[in-house]
Ligand binder design. Structure first.
Ligand code: NBP
Length: 477
């Protein structure tokens, strides 16, 4: 029998995706650099479906029906290039290589271009949902040619997560690196979501005076409303958990140094290149980085500042409600910034990405899945050329209602010395966007003063320069 799809790279992700394909009725060819992984999979899960175990690259390719669909699930970076170099010479025009790893979209663009010259479709595919998602249904973000999607799409739709309305959480994102770009921004938004959740937790603890188990209950309540999402749900789980060894709240025995693999950092780096202000995502990346600077933190513990004084029980409940407002408003801003970056990437690389569709396929399977995403989908469906999520009437109205509490929470945090870089960056972005005048006018004046960089006037067309070193008259530039 020939296999409809082959998976090479059978660590957690590849193994679970292969099982997912097989459980959905596809015959799956298996390959891994170290053959024992291949045989282990068949030994442990062979009963789940039709697998063809192979040991050599040649046998693997020979096991696939044509046009071949060959999925790579190896470590991103050099291993991906090594595997492409191993298999590409064995393939024929029309065949597809699907890279489901966390590749940088620029690498995907390079690989796609190279393989296109050989007539091979390279489908850079973002996959979110971790190992559980890979097995039970991830959110899938394939890039590459329209032709490859016609052949591959139906299979991906089958193994993908389904949104609450039953729609598969996969869509053809756009050509070449579009899929990996969108996956990158997904991860950046995920960083921002987690940072905002972290700030809400810290405020409830230090200012609200709640214990972790109580905060878990508050998150559980939030999860029944507009914040209903996977990350809020698991926040309640983690906060409710007690350490078996010590009996302490689990969150208190974990070292407070957050790690990162790089996709959040990429989101910010690319945003800088594209000139997109993703301040909330950037603060989230910086917050993780700061947490890891233990020597710097040790050296700074004695610095002056207030110690938070927890509120009484009655005030604490009202404070918790305000924190929910601040979290929700800041979340709207994070997504506004993330979708702006996707729109800018789409423009720069001619991807023609449908932003509403992106929101739609994030409704299930992925880490940021949330009821909220349905709202974003509706906003873009109603107005595909929406300049920003904040210009959607419904979101604007919600922020209008939340902003009083949002400002109060930030005032409290500032007074009590609780760091809230995510909430603060979000509010600053909101206030800057709605400001009548920005100090950028003064910046331009300064630039003209020291560097003759010129400025434009509010009342006349053209560029101007003031002769600062001379009689300070103005000349056209
Ligand atoms: P890893 O990222 O840990 O990679 C292990 C696999 O890569 C093994 O199959 C290994 O083969 C293979 N490999 C390596 Br390393 N170097 C190789 C080389 N030079 N030639 C051939 N094979 C090589 O696996 P993972 O955690 O399953 O993730 C796979 C991909 O999916 C990664 O790109 C990851 O970023 C992405 N991803 C992961 C998650 C997640 O939650 N873990 C979620 C979404 C995406 P061996 O068995 O012979 O060592």
């Amino acid at each position: 029998t020939s296999a409809q799809i082959g998976v090479t790279g059978l660590a957690v992700m590849g193994r679970n995706l292969a099982r997912n394909f097989a459980r959905n009725g596809y015959t799956v060819a298996l390959h891994n650099r170290t053959a024992s992984r291949t045989h282990d999979l068949v030994k442990d899960f062979g009963h789940e479906g039709d697998f063809v175990a192979t040991e050599t690259a040649k046998d693997f390719v020979a096991a696939l029906e044509r046009p071949r669909r060959l999925m790579i699930m190896v470590k991103a970076g050099d291993p991906t290039d090594a595997v492409i170099q191993e298999f590409a010479p064995l393939l024929e025009p029309g065949d597809m290589i699907i890279d489901g790893g966390n590749a940088h979209f620029a690498d995907t663009r390079r690989r796609e271009k190279q393989l296109r010259e050989q007539g091979i479709h390279f489908v850079g595919t973002g996959i979110s949902g971790g190992e559980e998602g890979a097995l039970h249904g991830p959110s899938i973000m394939p890039g590459g040619s329209t032709e490859s999607y016609a052949s591959l799409g139906p299979m991906l739709e089958k193994i993908s997560a389904k949104a609450p309305d039953g729609a598969p959480c996969v869509t053809h994102i756009g050509p070449d690196g579009a899929g990996h770009f969108v996956k990158m921004v997904h991860n950046g938004i995920e960083y921002a979501d987690m940072q905002l959740i972290g700030e809400a937790y810290q405020l409830l603890r230090d200012v609200g005076g709640y214990r972790p188990a109580q905060i878990a209950e508050i998150f559980r309540t939030w999860n029944t409303g507009r914040l209903d999402s996977y990350l809020i749900e698991i926040t309640a789980e983690v906060l409710a958990h007690a350490d078996a060894a010590t009996g302490k709240p689990f969150v208190d025995v974990i070292q407070d140094q957050a790690e990162q693999k790089g996709t959040g950092r990429w989101t910010v780096q690319i945003a800088l290149d594209l000139g997109v202000p993703v301040s909330g995502i950037a603060e989230a990346v910086f917050a993780r980085s700061l947490s890891g600077h233990t020597a710097l933190r040790d050296a700074s513990r004695g610095l002056a500042g207030p110690k938070p004084a927890p509120l009484g029980e009655a005030e604490a409940a009202a404070f918790a409600d305000r924190v929910e407002q601040a979290l929700y408003a800041s979340k709207i801003v994070s997504y506004t910034q993330g979708f702006h970056e996707i729109a800018a990437g789409s423009e720069e690389y001619d991807w023609d990405i449908d932003l509403g569709e992106v929101a739609a396929i994030w409704r299930g399977g992925c880490i940021i899945r949330a009821v909220f995403l349905d709202r974003i989908r509706s906003a873009y469906d109603a107005r595909p050329d929406l300049p920003s999520l904040l210009s959607d009437e419904a979101f604007a109205r919600e922020i209008a209602q939340a902003q009083d509490d949002w400002r109060k929470v930030l005032a409290t945090a500032t007074r009590q010395g609780v760091p809230t870089p995510g909430f603060s960056a979000a509010l600053a972005y909101y206030d800057a966007l709605r400001a009548e005048r920005l100090p950028a006018a003064l910046t331009q004046g300064l630039r003209d003063f020291f560097g003759a960089h010129t400025y434009r006037r509010t009342d006349r067309e053209g560029s101007f320069h003031t002769l600062w070193g001379g009689d300070r008259s103005e000349i056209g530039a």
